[in-house]
Ligand binder design. Structure first.
Ligand SMILES: *[C@@H]1O[C@H](CO)[C@@H](O)[C@H](O)[C@H]1NC(C)=O
Ligand SMILES: *[C@@H]1O[C@H](CO)[C@@H](O)[C@H](O)[C@H]1NC(C)=O
Ligand SMILES: *[C@@H]1O[C@H](CO)[C@@H](O)[C@H](O)[C@H]1NC(C)=O
Ligand SMILES: *[C@@H]1O[C@H](CO)[C@@H](O)[C@H](O)[C@H]1NC(C)=O
Length: 285
């Protein structure tokens, strides 16, 4: 150790007081000296590397997350304090769903360490028709913040139909469902979707497939391959296939207009409502 220090000191002196050229030449080191210095710089290098690694350690510090899962309410109290891994972040989700067999609308909340692939923020809404709905409000949480997730303000226009419609269905236990009619879209639900995936619960090893069709908020269209916590349940979306929702009524009206413009004979006029009905069934299915 002493030897290292004295070498260090001589280095510093040489750097601060440049030697005259002739002195420099006479002070050239012998081969044995050079080996000693090389060995020393080797130890120095590993020492510097050691310091470097130590200084990097605080970067690898994990975030803490007050984990909780509540299947019966919008707030949840801490059950476990968890250390998230480097790639994980603490996320809170408030979710509402009317998809279970008791046909009641339940609000759940969850806070947990979430892997980078599933770090979603914002609002995500599904309407599978017949009041079968699913929505998630997801946000990042601070460990100091006992109340997170807060729940995001909903779109106040969701109490009005927007003139668009989509095929509807919902089923658990299957990877797909046959549409059983149309659902009229509300507020900012501008896309039709066809989804399937899996519902699981960390307390149970069972995974149940689900499938649905309906109106969704545009945010839903990016959920393929992602998952959300719904209380202690997890919804994983395997397929999310969106399309632009069209106004079914407006296209029916357009059809009626084109038919009226044609010069229809008395017989055709008699069959007109019938023909229109067939077209309506075709469009709505
Ligand atoms: C989380 O990390 C802290 C150190 O930052 C440690 O004291 C604690 O035991 C860890 N908790 C768990 C559950 O691993
Ligand atoms: C839940 O969905 C069912 C249809 O599956 C519907 O009959 C019921 O009214 C819905 N309940 C609520 C509270 O929206
Ligand atoms: C978390 O803390 C940061 C600053 O420390 C703050 O900017 C942010 O708004 C906080 N988030 C929540 C959800 O409280
Ligand atoms: C969702 O609907 C919007 C508005 O009509 C449209 O611009 C968008 O292309 C649709 N998204 C998909 C994936 O079809």
């Amino acid at each position: 150790m002493q030897w290292t220090c004295s070498q260090n000191d001589s280095h510093r002196q040489r750097a601060s007081q440049p030697l005259p050229a002739y002195k420099y030449l006479t002070q050239r080191r012998s081969p044995s000296q050079r080996t000693r210095t090389d060995l020393n710089s080797g130890t120095m290098a590993s020492f510097v590397l050691f310091i470097f690694i130590i200084s990097l350690l605080p970067v690898a510090r994990t975030t803490k997350c007050s984990q909780c899962f509540n299947d019966g309410g919008p707030s949840c109290s801490v059950s476990v304090q968890r250390n998230c891994t480097n790639e994980e972040k603490c996320f809170g989700v408030i979710s509402t769903a009317n998809l279970s067999i008791d046909q009641s609308l339940t609000t759940s909340s969850a806070r947990s360490c979430v892997a980078s692939a599933n770090q979603l923020t914002g609002s995500f809404h599904f309407d599978f028709g017949d009041k079968r709905t699913l929505s998630f409000d997801s946000e990042i949480c601070n460990v100091t913040d006992g109340n997170c997730p807060w729940g995001l303000p909903g779109d106040s226009m969701r109490i009005y139909e927007n003139g668009k419609s989509c095929p509807k269905c919902y089923r658990t236990g299957y990877d797909n469902c046959e549409s059983d009619g149309d659902v009229f879209c509300v507020g900012d639900f501008v896309n039709c979707t066809e989804v399937n995936g899996e519902i699981s619960n960390f307390r149970s090893g069972t995974k149940i497939p689900f499938a649905g069709k309906g109106c969704v908020s545009q945010s839903v269209c990016s959920l393929q391959g992602k998952s959300f916590q719904h209380g202690s349940y997890k919804f994983t979306f395997k397929k999310v296939q969106c399309s632009k929702a069209n106004g079914a009524l407006s296209s029916l009206r357009r059809l009626a207009f084109t038919l009226e413009k044609k010069d229809l004979g008395p017989q055709a006029a008699f069959f007109f409502p019938c023909i229109l009905g067939i077209f309506a069934v075709k469009i709505l299915s």
